[in-house]
Design a binder for this molecule. Structure first.
Ligand SMILES: [Zn+2]
Length: 452
């Protein structure tokens, strides 16, 4: 069992000024098998102009003699070699100026790190230790398509203090929450790939406990009622219903959800976004909802819930092999409809996939493309998500349904709390199954080979 990195964070959020003053202590255990001369962090806020100002870096109780922030990469030179099996403590002191959601969108981050007059979102706001391979630290160039960070799971102990906010404003975040005597909120979120939070003075909450005892909590920005032929119905109730059922279903298929809570938050920005124990579903999906399951409100909610397995639990390189989590999250949408709305199976393929990727359509990159192979998001989604879902469905037909789900379950188990490469997925097939699926791999990946 590997010792996880521990993050202890104390942050003051000035809601009116949209700034956050942060003290972050990181305890890193070197389990790389190599001596390290430096420690490298991914610092997502630094992809936005002026959003991240680093005041101080300390190693142990001494100021760091040398460190450098370039793009999203913070490299800290260690005063002495860190042998494998040894531990180092790095303390970061920094100030965040949160961009508007519009500024964030122009930088390709869709608003999960940004504010509007209704909400302030802290997604990927804290530096995380980069993924380490035998030939060095893995950090990828910033791009406005997809995600590009790769990180191990860690333990988070985060105390947030809200100032310059109305009485109604609250901070929501995953993990076990305690309210401190001075009003600050402390969240302990262990075994998580990230720690996100959201703040608003409009939040309304509705919740349910799943069959397996998980509290599913939906936070919306006020009422989400729409008028239908059946009368007025609530988007929040619908999201709660499908989030709860999908969480139960995926827990059944892919292994237990590891936390006691799942937060589903109406994001005041487009699309949606996954974090460990918390997901955003974009405002537009609520506003344009027509009252039933044939909707992006349903699709995006269950897609983000599926990322609790395909991203939060089983990590992968989001820049170089984005299909590993996105194709699985997209295909997980289909199996939810198959289970709960079998009459809508054809609708899902038509609406979600064939309207963008018609059968016989060849002007498309292979499923196993990197994010850097695309110059627009639609082409990226078509190749990686939609053709990826078609590939998984074809693999299911090759293997048979029972063997297919046994394979995905084995992958979820073998990748749990790790960062994996595609060979882990393919390596779980027998020689006979590899032969059965070879033509499908050639058709969608351009190669039958199964190495990384
Ligand atoms: Zn996704």
């Amino acid at each position: 069992m590997l010792a996880r990195t521990q993050h202890t964070v104390s942050a003051e959020v000035d809601y009116a000024a949209r700034t956050v003053q942060v003290q972050q202590r990181v305890v890193y255990h070197n389990q790389s098998g190599q001596a390290l001369n430096d420690l490298v962090f991914d610092v997502e806020p630094n992809r936005f102009d002026g959003a991240f100002v680093l005041d101080a870096v300390r190693i142990g109780d001494q100021p760091a003699s040398s460190y450098e922030v370039t793009g999203r990469r913070l490299s800290v030179l260690l005063p002495e070699r860190l042998d494998t099996g040894c531990t180092v403590t790095v303390a970061l002191s920094f100030r965040l100026s949160i961009p508007t959601v519009e500024q964030g969108r122009r930088a390709g981050a869709s608003g999960y790190f940004g504010y509007t007059d209704r909400q302030l979102n802290l997604g990927h706001w804290l530096p995380v230790v980069a993924w380490r391979l035998s030939d060095g630290w893995v950090t990828h160039d910033v791009l406005s398509i997809g995600e590009q960070t790769v990180t191990d799971v860690a333990d988070w102990d985060v105390t947030l203090r809200l100032v310059n906010a109305s009485q109604q404003a609250i901070i929501i975040a995953p993990g076990n929450e305690t309210r401190l005597a001075d009003g600050a909120q402390r969240f302990v979120h262990e075994n998580a790939r990230d720690f996100a939070a959201s703040i608003s003075d409009l939040f309304k909450m509705t919740s349910l406990v799943t069959q397996t005892g998980v509290s599913v909590e939906v936070f919306t920005l006020g009422d989400t009622l729409v008028n239908t032929e059946r009368g007025s119905v609530s988007g929040a109730d619908h999201v709660l219903d499908v989030a709860t059922r999908s969480l139960d279903m995926y827990s059944d298929l892919f292994g237990a959800y590891p936390y006691s809570r799942l937060l589903v938050v109406q994001g005041d920005f487009p699309d949606g976004m996954e974090f460990s124990g918390m997901v955003f579903v974009g405002n537009g999906w609520f506003v344009n909802w027509t009252g039933g399951p044939q909707s992006y409100l349903t699709i995006i909610t269950i897609h983000e819930v599926a990322h609790q397995w395909w991203y939060a639990s089983v990590g992968s390189d989001q820049a170089l092999t984005p299909w590993l989590d996105e194709a699985l999250a997209t295909y997980s949408e289909y199996i939810f409809y198959e289970e709960y709305y079998p009459d809508l199976r054809d609708w899902w393929w038509q609406f979600r996939v064939y309207s963008y990727v018609p059968a016989g359509f060849t002007e498309i990159e292979p499923v196993a493309s990197t994010v850097y192979q695309f110059d627009n998001i639609r082409a990226y989604i078509n190749a990686v998500y939609l053709r990826g879902a078609q590939m998984l469905h074809a693999l299911r037909e090759d293997l048979g349904t029972d063997a297919f789900f046994a394979w995905l379950d084995a992958y979820a188990e073998s990748g749990r709390e790790r960062v994996v490469t595609p060979d882990v997925l393919w390596g779980l097939l027998t020689a006979e199954q590899l032969a059965l699926t070879e033509a499908t791999r050639i058709g969608y990946l351009g190669t039958g080979a199964v190495s990384p």
